[in-house]
Each structure stands twice: as structure tokens, then as C-alpha cells.
Design a protein around this ligand. Structure first.
Ligand SMILES: Nc1ncnc2c1ncn2[C@@H]1O[C@H](COP(=O)(O)OP(=O)(O)O)[C@@H](O)[C@H]1O
Ligand SMILES: [Mg+2]
Length: 262
């Protein structure tokens, strides 16, 4: 099977720090893959390299627009918004929502970002018919994700778990085939984490996605992931199924044996 994402020898240096060194990962259609590792291991940097926030110091990133069956294209050096438009969407370690906007407006803005690069320039520039279609689609998304009843609430008034869900909804508004989630369960209690696990799984099925997820909650990771990559000090120290990772001595030493909240 053809991968939908591949990184080849991707390396990122910040001055003397090698935040990510020789990262080689592959994602296959409809997989849920997790990246784990201690704080500062290079996980978020890896996301930033894949999504076009950073250009790697060395190496290349390949992505198949259109998802399954799509041809891999070299996206190294492409801008983040261009990559979004190719079908890659993400959420952030610290929730990023448009704080003074409602739930519904956050979804609409997500769609506009998809249609055109400039946020406010786009609002005036879109044909009325297209605008109507986007509004219909926004309501459909809210319905599918169980956010309809909070549609007109200010996003900041939502409980934390729903804000996380809204951020995922906004990412979905760009019609991705690959979804990257940076610590989606950060700050959640056990009950919220269980609900989020089911939510991510449902969203993946419903939207026919491939998912790459950074996460610290080991129960979530082990429960939901098809495969796991483990980073430590920028290096990939292990890769495998949840069972393989749980029994890997290097992983236990570097990570699982320590403080998993690190
Ligand atoms: N923009 C940056 N400038 C300089 N150093 C950075 C930058 N981003 C990340 N780093 C460094 O790269 C390393 C990896 O960070 P990060 O990718 O955020 O780790 P993680 O997400 O695994 O906690 C850390 O040492 C961090 O300080
Ligand atoms: Mg991080």
C-alpha cells in the first residue's frame, strides 16, 4: 500500500540544538499513528516540519494530496496554507480558537482559511453561492460533531473538552485527508480523555481520515493507535505497535518508566 505521508531524513536544527534528527516516518491510509516522547523530544517540531511551519534543515517531506491512492508529492518548503489546501489539517498543543467568536463562526473562519489564504480578504471575495454552501456545511459539521447545541455560544464559554472538540471541528472544516493532533487530551481529566478517545476514533471513520497524534496519555495512545513512534532528544528510539512499544526496553527507560506527565 502507498503511504499518504513520508518523511525522509528530516532534520531540524535551532542553532546548536538538533530538535529533530533524521526523522523517517510513514503513514498509511486510515491509520492512527501516535508520536510519543518526553517533553522537548521534538514532537511539536516534527509537526511543524510536516505542516510547513518550518522548512527542514535537511531531508524531505512527501504527502499524497487526495489521500488514499494519491501520488506522493514533495511538499518540502511549501507554505503552511498551501499544505492545508492540499488536505492536511492540524490542531495545536495550546488550543487556538478565535476567542471573540462563536462556535459557528470559528468553523466558518476555518473554511474561509481553506478557500483563500487571506482571512478577511476572503470573506468579501467569495461568491454568495459559495458562501451559502459554506454556511450549510458548517452547520452540518456542527451537527456531525455534536456541537449544534452550543452553535451560538462564545467559544471561550465552552468547557475545556468541548473547546478541544471545536478545534478539531475547525480543522475538519478544511476538508483534510490527514489530520494532525498535538496533545489533544492535554489538561483533560480521565473521563474527558475517554470521551475524546471515542471522538477521535469516530471522526477518523466518519471523515475517512488518516490521523497522526502527539499524546502523553498512555491509555489513550495504547488504546487508539495502530502504530507508535517514540522520540527522545530528537531521535526516533523506537517504532512499532502499542504492544511492541510497551515492551521495548529503550522506551521503558527513556519514557514509560519515568513520569508520563513529563
Ligand atoms: N522555534 C524554536 N527555536 C529554538 N528552539 C526550539 C524551537 N522550537 C523548539 N525548539 C527546541 O526544540 C526542542 C524540541 O521542542 P518541541 O518540538 O517543542 O518538543 P516536544 O513537542 O516534544 O515537547 C526543544 O529543545 C525546544 O526547546
Ligand atoms: Mg510539544
Amino acid at each position: 500500500m502507498q503511504p499518504v505521508l513520508r518523511t525522509e531524513h528530516v532534520t531540524m536544527r535551532f542553532g546548536g540544538v538538533m530538535a529533530v534528527g533524521d526523522l523517517n516516518i510513514e503513514l498509511f491510509p486510515h491509520e492512527i499513528v501516535a508520536i510519543i516522547g518526553p517533553n522537548g523530544a521534538g514532537k511539536t517540531t516534527a509537526f511543524n516540519l510536516i505542516t510547513g511551519v518550518y522548512v527542514p534543515t535537511e531531508g524531505k517531506v512527501f504527502f499524497a494530496p487526495g489521500g488514499e491512492g494519491g501520488k506522493l508529492v514533495d511538499i518540502t518548503g511549501k507554505k503552511a496554507d498551501a499544505i492545508t489546501r492540499m488536505g492536511m489539517a492540524r490542531t495545536f498543543q495550546n488550543i487556538r480558537l478565535f476567542k471573540s467568536q462563536t462556535v459557528y463562526e470559528n468553523i466558518l473562519i476555518g473554511q474561509h482559511l481553506h478557500v483563500k489564504a487571506g482571512l478577511f480578504a476572503s470573506v468579501s471575495g467569495i461568491a454568495r453561492k459559495e458562501e451559502q454552501e459554506m454556511r450549510r456545511r458548517a452547520d452540518e459539521l456542527l451537527e456531525l460533531l455534536g456541537l449544534s447545541r452550543v452553535r451560538d455560544e462564545l467559544c471561550t464559554s465552552l468547557p475545556y473538552g468541548l473547546q478541544r472538540r471545536l478545534e478539531i471541528a475547525r480543522a475538519l472544516a478544511t476538508n483534510p485527508t490527514l489530520l494532525l493532533l498535538d496533545e489533544p487530551a492535554a489538561g483533560m481529566n480521565p473521563q474527558e480523555t475517554v470521551e475524546l478517545t471515542a471522538f477521535i476514533h469516530d471522526v477518523k471513520e466518519q471523515f475517512n481520515l488518516t490521523v497522526l497524534m502527539i499524546e502523553h496519555h498512555m491509555d489513550l495512545v495504547m488504546d487508539i493507535s495502530d502504530r507508535i513512534y517514540v522520540l527522545d532528544f530528537g531521535q526516533t528510539i523506537a517504532a512499532g505497535t502499542p504492544a511492541e512499544i510497551q515492551n521495548n526496553d529503550r522506551v521503558i527507560e527513556a519514557y514509560l518508566g519515568g513520569n508520563t506527565d513529563a
